[in-house]
Design a protein around this ligand. Structure first.
Ligand code: ATP
Length: 781
């Protein structure tokens, strides 16, 4: 038989025949789901089937239901759309259609079904399962099967996965495909901005979303659009006046471009449709703004292309979870859907999620807009507020604080640049301005701060200019400059004096491990320098994602996208003629996060991390495995294979050496090359996820600092929350006191968190990549 990983059949209950299908509108990542489900099912000793063309295939049966082999899903992670097809199926709405579907499942011996689709598809699935016993009875009474033949099929297990670009399902923060669609939209808007600016034009960009404004909202947040229209939240009074006054204000302060994002399903307060043409006519009205205005309808471009790294991760982890859920289900288990909350994959009752989703559409129909907003997840309304706050800045006087509560807040970037740093600073500044605080830029980190007033200024300390900052939403790098130097290196006394001299009431830091170390130093130096007794908080930003106190740093998503794109291209370069193994060296310092998640996103054959290390035995095992894979090649192994190695995984084995060893050992069976994407991994334009999270988390940071109020020195000394790191931990966003993070969560020598939440993903990468299990030998005592 073909080489594939050993199964764990003995550990599992009964062997199951699990079918996977995609249904409803296609979305990027669906292929990743199918790959993960097929391979996980086979790995666990089950048979895997694909049902082609959605419910249509289930109803029609025949060769639309196919057994899948390990290699049938090879390379699917990097393919867009759904390779097993999807269709709208009228027959499945009717009982005879579902009866035919039940018959086809039994004929094929299938006793579990995983469905990836939108709320319609999941509703159909739930109905099917509810009806299942009666469908079986009917099949028996019609004489299709004998009673004992249907006995093994008494319980049909169904698990749902949400594949949709709209991100419209309640109960999950992200649907598989939504971040890919958002990436396409933001890319398009980024391109439009240049031409809009050149001609001083206005653009009305229409994006998908009939009942859900997530794409429009997040695109607005990520690009810093001037105005958005979403179905859930029409303007309070007159949208025409509101939009025009905001656009006019922006033009007055000197903006040369106007971007309005409108969801397909945009409505006014009375429930009437707002169309792009209506918006355009208003912006172009000669008696009003008189802007040269164009409409761009993005259409199906939004669905296209391969999945971004996040969607590949989601598709893979959720696919694996779906197979586990199917196997663990008992006859009493409620049908579940696999969701994600912040950073945690969870199972939820399917029908509740679907019903909540339907409630949103109904609330919009009834024009109960407050209710519609409340039914969306918390991130949605938080981001809506963020959007309002960061665009309508200085217009809305309602949120201004009384004078004696306003603070002077220093902004500083520390460490290497990471995607989203500028978006974070922009959002923080916007929030400060709208509250009446005074945000001050400290240029070029602590080094710039300490030396800015000397003869050769390295940095500067000055107020932000909003017009300039407003353009930073989508900019990569660090506009206020960043530097790795720690306060102790710059001179702690100097820093303390400067903080006093500038009367800073608080410090907002954005940066990586150095930034964390900096806060730690400042906190410890408070006893000696009372001027350091001001609240300070860190928003982690580093592509390495190695800041303790959080599972996510700004920039890490951008980095993974770059890495995955790079690997896709490299892999393809080999597909025409060569059998090749590429050994790709990733960044990440002593944290293997980037390597591991990159490996998950591209389907690596092996990932080497500093956490695990690299040994001669491990290499030998991988060489043997690759030899056997290529040895049995019948054409399927044409495309390149990838090994990802973190830059610090081993003192001895680097990408080049491993590539050399592989080549030498392969004896002509395959070729081997190294690839080092290097600083490309910092990314050009930051990903929408990094930009959106930057906005949300930065605002939370300033809100946190704000609680202390100005001149809070006496309060600060005793309060551990006065020096914090904001982070996403599991299913929540939390501030953790730096002293706690220092003591409990930091592996100082290795400059990374003690616990790597992602380590469990290694097993999944290895299983799905077909890598045999490698047992580390016990050390000799
Ligand atoms: P999208 O979010 O992209 O629209 P969806 O899954 O909601 O995806 P639908 O067209 O609503 O897309 O549903 C897909 C298919 O699921 C339908 O063509 C139909 O076969 C089946 N389906 C939907 N609703 C039901 C239902 N109430 N009963 C039975 N089957 C249904």
């Amino acid at each position: 038989s073909r080489a594939r990983p050993e199964t764990q059949a003995s550990k599992m209950p009964a062997k199951k025949k699990i079918a996977i299908m995609t249904s409803g509108g296609d979305s990027p990542g669906m292929n990743g789901v199918v790959r993960a489900c097929v391979r996980m099912a086979i790995h666990l000793g089950c048979d895997a089937y694909c049902i082609y063309e959605g419910y249509e295939g289930l109803v029609r049966g025949g060769d639309l239901i196919r057994k899948m082999a390990w290699y049938d899903v090879r390379g699917w992670l990097s393919e867009g759309g759904t390779l097993i097809g999807t269709a709208r199926c009228m027959a499945f709405y009717e009982r005879p259609g579902r009866l035919a579907a039940a018959k086809n499942l039994i004929i094929n011996g299938i006793d579990a079904l995983i469905i990836c689709g939108g709320d319609g598809s999941l509703t159909g699935a739930d109905r099917f399962r509810a009806e299942w016993p009666s469908l079986l009875e009917e099949l028996v009474s019609q004489g299709e099967f004998k009673a004992d033949e249907i006995e093994p099929f008494r319980h049909l297990n169904i698990v749902g996965l949400v594949g949709s670009i709209d991100n419209d399902l309640s109960g999950t923060d992200a649907t598989i495909g939504c971040y890919s669609a958002l990436a396409r939209i933001c890319h398009a808007i980024d391109l439009i901005e240049a031409t809009a600016s050149s001609h001083s034009r206005a653009f009305v960009v229409e994006v998908m979303g009939r009942h859900c404004g997530w794409l429009a909202l997040m695109a607005g947040v990520a690009t810093g659009a001037d105005f958005i229209f979403i179905p859930e939240k029409p303007s309070e009074d007159n949208w025409r006046e509101e939009m025009c006054s905001i656009v006019e204000h922006h033009r007055k302060i000197g903006k040369r471009k106007t971007i309005v994002v409108i969801a397909e399903g945009a409505l006014d307060r009375e429930g009437n449709k707002i169309t792009p043409t209506m918006v355009k006519d208003l912006l172009a009205d000669k008696d009003g703004l008189g802007l040269d205005t164009r409409i761009t309808t993005l259409g199906h471009v939004q669905r296209g292309g391969t999945a971004v790294a996040y969607d590949r991760m989601l598709a893979t982890l959720q696919g694996v979870e779906a197979v586990r859920a199917v196997l663990e289900a008992t006859p009493d288990t409620k049908t579940c859907v696999i969701a994600i909350n912040e950073n945690k994959i969870v199972r939820k009752p399917l029908m509740e999620a679907v019903l909540d989703t339907k409630k949103v559409a109904k609330a919009i129909e009834r024009q109960a807009f407050e209710e519609a907003m409340a039914l969306r997840d918390t991130e949605f309304s938080e981001q809506y507020k963020s959007f309002k706050m960061t665009t309508a800045v200085q217009v809305d006087k309602e949120v201004m604080l009384p004078e004696n509560e306003r603070m002077k807040i220093g902004f500083i970037n520390v460490g290497a640049p990471a995607g989203g740093m500028n978006a974070a600073v922009r959002a923080g500044v916007a929030y400060c301005l709208s509250r009446g605080h005074e945000p001050i830029a400290i240029y070029n980190g602590f080094a710039g701060f300490a030396r800015h007033h000397q003869d050769k200024p390295l940095g500067a300390v000055r107020p932000f200019n909003w017009l300039e900052v407003d353009g930073w939403a989508s900019k990569g790098g660090s506009e206020i400059g960043t530097n790795r130097e720690l306060p102790s290196e710059s001179g702690m006394e100097e820093i303390a004096n400067l903080i006093k001299q500038y009367h800073f009431d608080a410090l907002f830091l954005v940066g990586g491990f150095e930034a964390f170390h900096a806060v730690s130093q400042l906190r410890k130096a408070r006893e000696q320098y009372p001027s350091l007794c001001i609240p300070m908080t860190l928003l982690p930003a580093t592509i390495s994602n190695n800041v303790p106190g959080t599972e996510y740093s700004l920039g890490s998503d951008t980095c993974l996208n770059e890495l995955v794109e790079y690997c896709d291209k490299i892999k393809q370069s080999a597909s025409a003629t060569r059998r090749r193994v590429f050994v790709i060296e990733t960044q990440g310092g002593r944290s293997g996060y980037v390597a591991m998640l990159g490996g998950l996103g591209v389907g690596a054959s092996a990932v080497y991390t500093p956490e695990e290390g690299v040994s001669l035995d491990m290499l030998a095992a991988d060489v043997r495995h690759l030899k056997s894979v290529f040895g049995q090649d019948q054409g399927q192994s044409r495309a390149g294979r990838l090994i990802l190695i973190n830059e610090r995984a081993s003192k001895v084995y680097n990408a080049k050496l491993i590539a050399d060893i592989l080549r030498d050992e392969a004896h002509g069976r395959f070729e081997s090359r190294e690839g080092i994407p290097g600083h490309m991994q910092q990314g050009g334009v930051p990903s929408p996820m990094d930009r959106c999270r930057a906005v949300r988390l930065a605002i939370r940071c300033i809100q946190h600092l704000e609680q202390f109020g100005p001149k809070a020195h006496s309060k600060v000394q005793a309060d551990p929350m006065s020096a914090t790191v904001i982070g996403i931990k599991g299913a929540s966003v939390v501030f953790t006191p730096v002293n706690k993070v220092e003591e409990e969560e930091t592996d100082w020598p290795n400059r990374r968190p003690k616990a790597a939440f992602w380590l469990g993903m290694k097993e999944i990468v290895d299983i799905l990549g077909g890598r045999p299990k490698y047992e580390h030998p016990q050390p000799d005592l």
